[in-house]
Design a binder for this molecule. Sequence first.
Ligand code: PMP
Length: 404
Amino acid sequence: MGIYGKTSDNVSMPYQFAARTRKTPRSFIREILKVTERPEIISFAGGLPDPALIAVKEIAEAARLVFESEGAAALQYATTEGYAPLREFVAGRYRRRLGLDASPDEILITSGSQQSLDLIGKVFIDAGEAVAIERPGYLGAIQAFSLYEPTFCPVPLGEDGPDTGALADLLQEKKIRLFYGVPNSQNPSGITWSEKKRREVAALLREAGAVFVEDDAYGELRFSGDPMTPVKKHLPEGTIMTGSFSKIAAPGMRLGWIYAEKEVIDLLTVAKQATDLHTPILTQRILARYLADNDIDAPIRRICETYRRRCDLMGGLIDDLFPEEVTHTRPDGGMFIWATLPAGISSLDLFERGLAENVAVLPGIPFYTDGGGTDTLRLNFSNATDERIEEGIRRLARVLRTYA
Ligand code: PMP
C-alpha cells in the first residue's frame, strides 16, 4: 500500500473528476486501520476512545425518553443552527469552565468536528489561499481543507507550542488568512501549548489580521490541573473554536460544534444548509436529554483518570524498553504519544515489521504537509487495556532491537 493509499487517479472509468478530488488522497489512517483491525493485532495505530467508557446505558435511557415524549419532533426536519438546549449547554459550559463570554447564537451544532473543519474550509479557503498549520498537523484537518485547495504553510511545533518566530516570519512574508491549530493535547503529538505561546500567537495573528481556528477536541481530556486558557480568550474576535462530543460522550453520535462570532456563524450556517440542511435532530435530542439527566463531569473524570494511567504506563514502558535514542512526548491529556526514532529507522519500515509481530503503530508521515517526518510515529493509548499496552510495547521493543 502506498503511503497515501489509492487516489481517484487510479480509477479507469469515463468520469471526469474535479481536480480537487483527484488531488485529495483517501485518509491514510482509515486505510491503515483496515489492516490493523485483526483481533490478534495489538493496535496503537487508531484513535478511538475506549468503548468501555461510553455511557451506553444512560444514553439508551435518554433515547427511550426522547422517543416516548418527543418522538415526532425528534424525527422531523429541524433548524440548521442546531437544537437550542444543546447550543445552550455548549455556551453555558464555555462560560463556566473557561470564562468565555459565549452565547447560544454563537454556537452552530455540526455532525462532529470533522464537519466543522469542512465548513470552515468551505467558507474561508479559496483555491491557492495560504493556510498556516502546525507541523506536524492534524491529518483530518489537512484532508478537510485539501478539498478547498489551499497552499499549506507549516509552522514547526516545539515542546510548548508553535515556533512563534517562524509564525512571525511567515505572517510577514505571506498574506495568511487562517492558522489552524490544536492547542490542547494535540493530535498527533500530544503537545499542549504553554500560556505564553497562546498569548504570543494571539498577538501575532491580531497584528496580521489573520484568523485562528482553535480545534479543541481534547480540552476536556486534560489529566490534571486547571484548564488552559483558550486562544479565543486572548483573541475573541478572530478565533473560531471547534469542539466535539466524540471524546466525552460518544463519537458514533457524530455531534460537535463551532463557536464563533454571530456573523461568522451566519455564514457557516449557510454553508451547512447547502451541505446537509441540519445535524440529525434525533441524536441531538438524545444527547441533550442525556446531558440534562446526567452529570457529564463524572464520566469525563473517569475518562481522564483512565487515559492518564494508560499514558503514564505507555510512556514508562517506552523509557524502560525502547533504545535510549527514541524520544517521546509526555502528554498532559488527550489520547496520543508521539515518538521520534533514531536516525536511519523509517516509521514505515517499523510499521511493516511491527505488523509481522502483530503490533501496529501509525507512521507520522501523513501529518506533514511538506514531506518529512519519516522518523516519527503516533501511539494511541486510549483504546488498549493495561495488559495490551504492556504486551504491545514489549513487542515493539523487540522489533526495534532488530535494527541494531
Ligand atoms: N479534531 C481533532 C484534533 C481530532 O483528533 C478529531 C478526532 N480524531 C477530530 C477533530 C474529529 O472529531 P469528530 O469526531 O468530532 O469529528
